[in-house]
Each structure stands twice: as C-alpha cells, then as structure tokens.
Design a protein around this ligand. Sequence first.
Ligand SMILES: Cc1cc2nc3c(=O)[nH]c(=O)nc-3n(C[C@H](O)[C@H](O)[C@H](O)COP(=O)(O)OP(=O)(O)OC[C@H]3O[C@@H](n4cnc5c(N)ncnc54)[C@H](O)[C@@H]3O)c2cc1C
Length: 250
Amino acid sequence: MHGAGRVPDIEDLNLASAKVETEKRGIKVNEYMQSVSNPTIYAAGDAAASGGPPLTPVAGYEGRMVAENLLKGNHLKAQYVAIPTVAFTIPPLASVGMSENSARERKLKFRTNRDITSSWYSSRRVAEDCSGFKVLIEEGSDRIFGAHLLGPHAEEVINLFALAMRSEVRATVLRDALLAYPTISSDLRRSSLHVVVYAGLASMGIEHSSSRTSWALRTSLEFQNGSISPTGSTVHSDIMGELQQRTTRH
Ligand SMILES: Cc1cc2nc3c(=O)[nH]c(=O)nc-3n(C[C@H](O)[C@H](O)[C@H](O)COP(=O)(O)OP(=O)(O)OC[C@H]3O[C@@H](n4cnc5c(N)ncnc54)[C@H](O)[C@@H]3O)c2cc1C
C-alpha cells in the first residue's frame, strides 16, 4: 500500500462566496478553530488548517472544541501537545514529541536513551528481530521531550509515553513504576533509565539478515526519507536515522 497523503475535500463547497479563506491544508482558522475571514464559520479535522496533524483523534478533539466554542463563545484554544503517530507496519513504528534533531535545533539540554531491543525478552519471545527505541529526556527536570519506538506493540506503548508527556510525568517516575511483567510496556522502565544505554546498534543490519528484517529496515528508511506517509505527515523517528546509517554502511 502506498499512502500519498491527502487533501481537504472542500473545493466544491464554493467557500469563497461566503468569504471563507482557505489554503492548501484547508480552511484558515484561528486558535478557536474559527474562520479567520468569516466569524460565523468554524472548521475542524482534516478540513481545517489548524496546525494540528490530520489524524482521527485530532479531528475528534477539534470537533469537540468547535462545539464548545459555538455553544459557549470562544473560550477553548487548540493545544497540540504530545500527539502520538503510528505507522502500522510490521513491526509498528511509533513516535511522539520531538525528534532528536528538532530538540538539538532548539538548543535544548537533554540526554538520549536508546537501544536496540531485539535481544530483549519482549522481542525474543515473539521472534521479533527488528526493534529499538529512542527517548529524549531533559537534563535536570527529567521531562520527556520525545519517544520513538519500533517493535512489538509499539503502537500501544507509545500511548503511555504520550500520557506521561501530556501529564508531565517525569522519566524518573516511569523508571520507578511497578508494571506487570512480562509485558512490552514494562520495558518502559528500562527506556526511562538515567544512564545512556547505547549497545547493540552496531549489530543491527549486520547480524540480522532475515528478509523480514530487511523489509522492516527498508520500510523504516522510506519513512525516514518521507517517501511513505500513511497519515499525511512525515514520521520523525530519529532511530531510523541510526538504522539508515548502518544499512548504508553495510
Ligand atoms: C488511508 C488513510 C489512513 C489513515 N490512517 C490513519 C490512522 O491510522 N490513524 C489516524 O489517526 N488517522 C488516520 N487517517 C486520517 C484520518 O482518517 C483523518 O484524519 C480523519 O478521518 C479526519 O476526520 P474528519 O472528520 O476531519 O474527516 P473525515 O473522516 O474524512 O469525515 C468527513 C466526512 O464528511 C463527509 N463530507 C464531505 N463533504 C461533504 C459535504 N459537502 N456534505 C456533507 N458531508 C460531506 C465525508 O463523506 C465524510 O464522511 C488515515 C487517513 C487515510 C486516508
């Protein structure tokens, strides 16, 4: 399957006759999801150029906000904090928050916990030989800036990171949590450790030569390159950059 992105389906609405300004991403709205050119019009979801990513949960969130603002006057502003995205590949690739590159560009002080987890029990017991993570943690405060996961149930575990980030739960709290074992989410503790774990990446792409691994790596690289975009937005997962370098080298 190739997802080539999508466009808001607004062309045949003749919005110009109602003085509703639009742009490529949809109806131009302010922070209250109200048209910037016609205050009687509100927009939400894929049809709105709101700045939020075009995803189902975001459309629901914006829809609820529009209803509130319509009924009670403008009082709710859109906040797009820690919205997880998933590429439903095998294994899934999930991401929330900042990429390492964007955290560096913003000159933030953070450390990066990362590991290739194909030797961890959670991957081995389902014979997954292509898995890893990268978590960005602010120095000093232990706030989580971003998490990028590849592996079994990454699509579920990313929600825990999203919740932690949205609720400002610190990495230390995750590290000390007692979680059911053996579950994939119990790996959360290890991915939130203080020390920089950086072992085994070199083995990626060298030792694992099964066709499935190659396929997963290839797919991941295409995501990194932005050539696949199932949800209309590029998946920013720095860990893929690591994999790309190693695949290129080998
Ligand atoms: C292939 C694909 C895969 C995706 N995968 C994911 C995913 O895994 N996770 C995720 O979160 N998001 C995913 N999305 C994005 C998600 O589907 C959209 O962001 C979401 O559906 C947007 O909701 P919406 O209500 O704004 O628009 P829609 O869900 O498109 O709903 C708009 C509705 O309005 C109707 N309509 C259009 N014009 C008119 C008109 N003139 N009069 C009356 N009705 C009209 C349409 O028929 C439609 O029912 C995917 C999208 C695609 C295309």
